[in-house]
Design a binder for this molecule. Structure first.
Ligand code: GTP
Ligand code: MG
Length: 563
């Protein structure tokens, strides 16, 4: 106590008036630069049931962002695509997205990072993981089909994380359901309040455009799949007679009536309710015809959250923290068919990422640096020197990364909430071209390391068994093995119910189990023993028979989060 006093007095006498040092100034500048970068970034995922129009909408966003000049209509080869979100050959052929693609563009001083997810439930693992890497979502609904089972599941995950949601009701150029009915269904099934911010004028054959409830203007519909529609009509008041002249008396009367109802039924839009994920603003349009997309994008830029703090096993990490942190949420081999690389997709959570700087790989306790980190502006990969929170960057990986890995500047922490999955469908891999067994071996290892399928090896005969969550994954693997590795494979169905990673403190019991169950035992790629349970009934029986053993249903049982 006394020492402290003396010390302070001494300081008062001799210490110079505190001045800002050069280092301090530099530090302040860095801090401000970081804050600026964070404020100007928005990272979001487009999600929905299959075929609702996510990839189409993504392309139109890129068009607005000037990232591409003409958007090729999805599944049409008439226009040569200059940028596309469905980059894998198999996606183009089948017209479905099988994996998330990441793209960025600038719009009105904002760096927008879009993650276009696959809608099919067989690829939902990828979508669920992507949801950990974004700060908000745009949910696309097909006006004919309304809310589907997969939409409900995706919303459940968003609700769990309190992710803010904007809804886009798409395909208004086709006959669809009544907008009020759709909104009721959204509220009911998705358990979220809605607030329309635009309103459709007619639907299908009678579709004439959208009325912007916020700016009070009309945007008139002229089908155009490739260019941006600029035709808007500013009006002071919906009662303005000029509206009748433009859209016709009947449509105008109906619009007036409906808008009055909307304003009467729905509370005014509140940004805070959207931010806390209790209210979803709703937009109507047609992604294919590039209609209602600008209203959506403008509102998104205005209200969507900037990069948010994220939870770790130690403490929450705030984006403005000086030290860099980030985590890997996706791995993809052969992203570019010309360069056979494996890319780890990293979401930056805090600080500034720099090229060639050493970072700490927490799981491996290893220092790594990256000389060619890339950004994904449109579908072009470009090497970057630095990146900021909210950005998703691609790191060339020679096998160091697994999904969920955290990078820091030295601190030991792990980002939480990246789900792992329990495989449900099992097939044995068969080689159909003995000359290509090396390629098949390499291919299956690399593809399963991406985390969408798991590889198990049966000791007897070294046979390979693949486990996935969805049937279609096998088609994708087969296709990619052939086109990316030149190997021909087939899959033989196996009747298994679940894969169980077995651990125990009782070594004897564990060994007994492994011996007795030898026929159903396999190893995962790290050599851990895995029991393939033939049925639910047998699994329950074994769990009762062996209370000393623990049965885990995902390979990540040490930090398990299942969806
Ligand atoms: N009529 C009409 N068709 C549309 C519209 N938007 C998209 N489509 C069509 O709907 C189909 C599916 O579009 P995508 O954008 O591939 O849908 P997606 O949601 O990305 O599909 P997945 O990623 O496979 O789940 C394509 O044939 C599009 O051309 C629209 O506004 N009107
Ligand atoms: Mg798609």
């Amino acid at each position: 106590m006394i020492l402290g006093l003396v010390h302070r007095r001494k300081n008062r006498n001799f210490a110079p008036v505190p001045q800002e040092t050069a280092a301090g100034r530099c530090h302040k500048q860095e801090e401000m630069k970081l804050e600026e970068a964070i404020k100007s970034r928005k990272t979001f995922a487009i999600i929905s049931h299959p075929d609702a129009g996510k990839t189409t909408l993504t392309e139109k966003f890129l068009l607005f962002g000037g990232a591409i000049q003409t958007a090729g209509a999805v599944k049409s080869n008439k226009i040569k695509k200059t940028a596309t979100s469905d980059f894998m050959e198999i996606e183009r052929q089948r017209g479905i997205s099988v994996a998330t693609s990441v793209m960025g563009f600038r719009y009105r001083d904002t760096q927008v990072n879009i993650l276009d997810t696959p809608g099919h439930r067989d690829f939902a693992e990828d979508t669920y993981r992507t949801l950990t890497a974004v700060d908000s979502v745009i949910l696309v609904i097909d006006c004919q089909r309304g809310v589907e089972a997969q939409t409900e599941k995706l919303m459940e995950v968003c609700r769990m994380r309190n992710t803010p949601v904007i809804i886009f009701i798409n395909k208004l150029d086709r006959e669809g359901r009544d907008p009020f009915e759709l909104l009721d269904e959204l509220e009911d099934k998705l358990e979220i309040k809605t607030r329309p911010l635009t309103w459709p004028i007619g639907i299908g054959a009678t579709f004439q455009g959208v009325y912007n409830l916020h700016d009070q203007n009309l945007r008139l519909f002229s089908p155009d799949k490739t260019k941006i529609s600029e035709e808007t009509m500013e009006i002071e008041d919906l009662d303005d007679k000029a509206v009748n002249g433009v859209i016709g008396q009947e449509a105008a009367d109906r619009l007036r009536e409906e808008v009055e109802m909307v304003e009467g039924v729905y509370d005014p839009f509140e940004k805070s309710a959207y931010e806390s994920a209790t209210l979803a603003p709703v937009f109507f349009g047609s992604a294919l015809n590039n209609f209602g997309v600008r209203e959506l994008l403008d509102a998104f830029i205005e209200v969507a959250p900037i990069p948010q703090p994220r939870e770790t096993d130690v403490r929450p990490v705030h984006p403005t923290e000086k030290n860099f942190t980030g985590f890997v949420f996706k791995i993809h081999a052969n992203l570019d068919p010309k360069h056979r690389d494996r890319i780890a997709f990293l979401r930056i959570c805090s600080g500034r990422f720099e090229r060639n700087k050493f970072y700490h790989h927490v799981r491996l306790d290893k220092k790594l640096r990256f000389s060619n980190p890339s950004s994904f502006m449109a579908s072009e990969k470009a090497t970057i020197d630095e990146a900021y929170p909210g950005d998703v960057i691609g790191l060339y990986d020679s096998g160091n990364f697994k999904i969920g890995d955290t990078l820091t500047e030295g601190e030991v922490l792990n980002f939480k909430g990246i789900p792992s999955f329990s495989p449900e469908i099992f097939r044995e891999l068969e080689n159909r071209d003995p000359m290509k067994s090396k390629q098949l071996d390499k291919g299956i290892r690399q593809l399963t390391e991406e985390g969408v399928a798991q590889l198990f090896i049966r000791e007897l005969g070294q046979r390979k068994i693949i486990g996935t969550v969805g049937e279609l994954q096998f088609d994708v693997i087969q296709y990619r093995l052939e086109h990316e590795y030149g190997a021909k494979a087939a899959f033989k169905p196996l009747q298994y119910h679940k894969a169980c990673w077995i651990t125990s403190t009782d070594k004897e019991k564990l060994e007994e189990f492994l011996r007795i169950k030898a026929n159903d035992m396999v190893e995962d790629k790290d050599g851990n023993p895995v029991y393939l349970a033939p049925s639910e009934w047998i699994l329950n029986l074994e769990r009762k028979n062996y209370p000393e053993l623990e049965f885990h249903f995902t390979s990540e049982f040490k930090h398990e989060t299942t969806v």
